[in-house]
Design a protein around this ligand. Structure first.
Ligand SMILES: *Cc1c(COP(=O)(O)O)cnc(C)c1O
Length: 225
């Protein structure tokens, strides 16, 4: 059953990519496993999925430990990160997607130096006003990127956003486009930042049309939480 869901999501990713002349290989599928127990994650691994997203450090600890012998699995942190959990997050995650303040980035940097690790991060951008709580405002991205770029052992790989929910997925398109424009303007300022983490079960096809390099899918793989 999970195998069917995974193939269906992968097929939708391919179709969306091909419609806009993109290669499906440019797009990572992150299977969002918050609230999903290890047995079901194992099914996802059996179905060929390799990248998993968690939004709570505490919940992720045991799962990551459970699968630690399988060297090929990658774990992305996609939830709001409390500063006192930053150290654990650096220990555990291949990518931290929710950096939205210099203070948090500094903590990550400090622990990454201690652990002798280069920590890939995304900058989370708040689009669409009040409804989304976390993320840096578009007007503040340039400054945050300037500051975080210079921190040791932190590598900005991309931008991430969670747009407001729209009944009609098309509603999210302007936000996805905006994130891409922000990314492009960073590139024009000389930053080699490529990643665009945007799109969830409801709207990832639109996000792919607007340039997503990573989609985060929970419900369409594991069912309603
Ligand atoms: C839960 C979650 C997702 C997955 O959402 P679905 O609608 O279940 O696909 C993606 N991104 C973040 C940050 C999440 O918290």
């Amino acid at each position: 059953m999970l195998l069917e869901k995974a193939s269906s999501v992968l097929k939708r990713i391919s179709h969306a990519a091909m419609r806009v002349d993109r290669s499906p290989d440019e797009i990572e599928l992150v299977a969002v496993t918050k609230t999903v127990p290890p047995e079901r994650i194992q099914e996802a691994i059996d179905a060929g999925l390799r990248i998993f997203g968690e939004n709570k450090v505490q919940e992720a600890v045991q799962k990551i430990d459970y699968f630690s012998e399988l060297g090929t699995i990658r774990w992305y942190f996609i939830g709001p990160l409390q500063k006192n959990k930053a150290k654990k997050a650096v220990e555990l995650f291949d990518l931290i997607e929710s950096v939205d303040s210099l203070e948090l980035a500094r903590r990550i940097s400090t622990y990454a130096v201690e652990l002798n690790k280069i920590q890939p991060v995304h900058i989370q951008v708040k689009l669409g006003g009040e409804e989304t709580k976390h993320g840096v405002l578009p007007g503040e991205v340039d400054r945050l990127v300037d500051e975080v770029w210079d921190l040791p052992n932190v590598e900005i790989r991309g931008l991430m956003t969670i747009p407001p929910y729209y009944e009609e997925p098309e509603g999210a398109r302007p936000h996805f486009r905006r994130l891409r424009e922000i990314r492009d303007s960073l590139c024009n300022r000389g930053y080699a930042i490529r990643g665009l983490s945007m799109g969830m079960s409801h709207d990832f096809e639109i996000a792919i049309q607007e340039g997503a390099t990573e989609v985060r899918v929970g419900t369409d793989l594991f069912g309603r939480r």
